[in-house]
Each structure stands twice: as C-alpha cells, then as structure tokens.
Design a protein around this ligand. Structure first.
Ligand code: FES
Length: 84
C-alpha cells in the first residue's frame, strides 16, 4: 500500500491507494488532533490505525471503526476528514 503526503488546500494531508482507488484525508487524527501518519502508523484489515491511542478508521470512508484506548473519548462525528 502506497502513502503519499501532500499539502492540500486545507492543510497537510495524505493519499493512500487501495484496490486501484486513491483516498485522501487530512493528516490529522480527529481524536486528539495528532499527525496520524506519525511513526507507528499502520494499515490493518482495511483500516488506518493511529499510532497514538489506536483509533482505527475505515480507509474507504474515513469512519471510526475502533475506539481509541484513552480516557479522553472521541469527539462527536469522529472520522477522518477528506482532503482535496
Ligand atoms: S490521537 Fe489518534 S487515537 Fe488518539
């Protein structure tokens, strides 16, 4: 799986290719606002795992699939934000 970082119109972002489709999101974890492609970033079973507290997001939709391991819950509408 290829990941390419770029600067979108709304900030740092990344592209990821899956099954011939490219998905782009802001490089930002909606849990606590950290850079999601930091060291330890993983792709697991079609999900992007944040290295900080383990929240996992569906690559294709950006939806939260696995809650973070943290005392701080995710805010409402916790999902990856598409980048253009
Ligand atoms: S900052 Fe990403 S899971 Fe907490």
């Amino acid at each position: 799986m290829e990941i390419e970082r770029f600067l979108s119109t709304t900030g740092p972002a990344f592209r990821i290719k899956v099954d011939g489709q490219t998905y782009s999101y802001l490089d930002y974890c909606p849990h606590k606002g950290r850079v999601i492609t930091s060291e330890g970033f993983l792709i697991v079973d079609g999900r992007i795992r944040c290295p900080f507290h383990g929240a996992e997001f569906d690559i294709k939709s950006g939806e939260l699939k696995v809650l973070p391991v943290s005392k701080t819950p995710c805010p409402p509408n916790c999902r990856l934000i598409p980048a253009v």
